[in-house]
Structures are given as structure tokens and as C-alpha cells.
Design a protein around this ligand. Sequence first.
Ligand code: HEC
Length: 261
Amino acid sequence: MQRPKIGQLLLRRNTPSLLNVGYYKSYFWDGRAATLYDQVEEPLFALHEMHSSPERIHRTLSHHPTLGKLYALTRKQQVVTSEKDFTKKALAAHLWSIRSTDSYANHAIYTPSEQQGKKLFYGKAGCSSCHAGKALTDQQYHYTGLKKQAIVRQSNIVQGQETETFGHDHGRGDVVSGKQMLFAFRTPSLHNVSLTAPYMHDGSLKTLQEVIEFYDRGGDEKGHLPRLHLSQKEKQDLQAFLLLLLDPRYMTLPQKDLTHD
Ligand code: HEC
């Protein structure tokens, strides 16, 4: 089969940010991988993503001046067991190091609007019941009442085979048995959220304003989250607080300086 160009095809879900992935306790929007090491395998080999193969990895390592040497060394030291193991460990280690958890919210002198927004986030608007803790995620799965959209393409690897199915995205419901987790997705972190539009697993909400409107009306499929009945002013305040969750260093410092909290 001809190799599709990377980035050419529409994948089934919104590409998540890689910032702070080291803090997650599971990976992918549906949490089907337990560790970064497990996670990297799928995009590495997926037909519509990197579409690599053991042969390609071998070729890369054989031709690359430093990676080849590093592989030989780590193999000798029994740190890695194969070229694939080396690649997965190296990628996972790099992803783990991409951190950016400082934010204006920790240092800024809040304007009255930002102050109100913070109060709403941790209070009346109920955001922190799911976007909780240092990473602003409870590491759990929820159905927020997002409108269920038919998916054009689902590519997934099940037992080494790439499959395509059509219909609604069942999210966590495809990973665990029973109906309880149908349409539930992993709570994403909100660090640097102003940089990571579009939002939600399907990218259907384009701006933070749309996200706030969505929560305010209690989602589109009713009965999952309560309506919030926020005033226009309160919505603006909440957005002002979300904008504060931005790490200014992320925009200005080289990657290597972001690897410490
Ligand atoms: C019941 C748990 C829960 C509550 C309460 C909740 N969220 Fe979420 N939030 C989630 C989940 C789960 C997702 C991902 C949903 C999806 O993609 O289907 C999400 C997604 C988001 C996103 C998109 C992030 C991204 O990277 O795509 C933003 C922004 C957000 N929530 C902000 C808020 C705000 C603001 C509030 C309060 C008004 C709030 N959330 C309340 C669980 C929750």
C-alpha cells in the first residue's frame, strides 16, 4: 500500500498537546495505554501516523551517527533489549521531559475578574471537580454531554491489525466492558489551554468561549452535567482565569530549560 503523507489524513480524534504528558496516568483520549512507553508504539507504527516498521527503525539506527552508537551502548549495558525497545524508551523519555506546569496563575497579581474566575472554577462552576490537582485533571473518564458525531474515519490498532470502523466514538467505552464508560473521555489537563485549540476529543469546540458556553448550558446531551446559569460577566471571568493558566516560559525558553518544575 502506498504510504500516505504524514498530516494529510484526518484522524479520528483531536491531536492532544504533549505538554506535561508525564503527569498522566493513562494515555490517549480513551486511556488505552497505561504508560508513555506503551503509548508511543501506536503512532510509531500506525498506518496514518508515522507508519514505521522494524525495518525502517533498523535503517534509521544504522545510518544515524549518534543514535546508532547510543543503541549499541545501551544494548550492551542491557538497558534496552531491541531496536524497537530502544526507540520506544527514547521517545517516552523525551515526552516525559516536556513539562510546563508553572503559570501566570502562580505569580500574577490577579485582576478582580481573574480572581472571580478562579472562585468560579473552584466553586460554583464545578470545574475543579474534574480538572483537579497539580495537573488539573482527576485522571478519570467522564462523558460531559458532548454532541455525538458520526466519525468519518477510525483507525485503530487491535492486536497488531489496523482496523477501520464507522459510527460514534465510544471513547473509554471501547476499552472497558459494560455501558458505564460509553462516550467517556479522559479529563485533559488545562495547563496552557489557551494555546491548544481546538478543544475536546473531537475538536468540535473552537474557542474557550465555546467551551464555557458548552458547560454553561450543561452540555448538549442533557442529564450528564448540570446547567450553570452563569452571567455574561461570570463567563468572562472564568475565561480570564483560564487564560492565566499559561506558562510564559513555554513560549520563550528552549525545551531543555522546561524539564524542571
Ligand atoms: C465531569 C467532569 C468535568 C467537569 C465538571 C468539567 N470538565 Fe472540562 N473536561 C472534562 C472531560 C472528560 C473533557 C474531555 C471531554 C471530551 O473530549 O469528550 C474536558 C474538556 C475540557 C476542555 C478542553 C481541553 C482540551 O484540551 O481539549 C476545557 C477547556 C475544559 N474541559 C474546561 C472546563 C471548565 C472551564 C469547566 C467548568 C466550567 C469544566 N471543564 C468542567 C471533564 C470535566
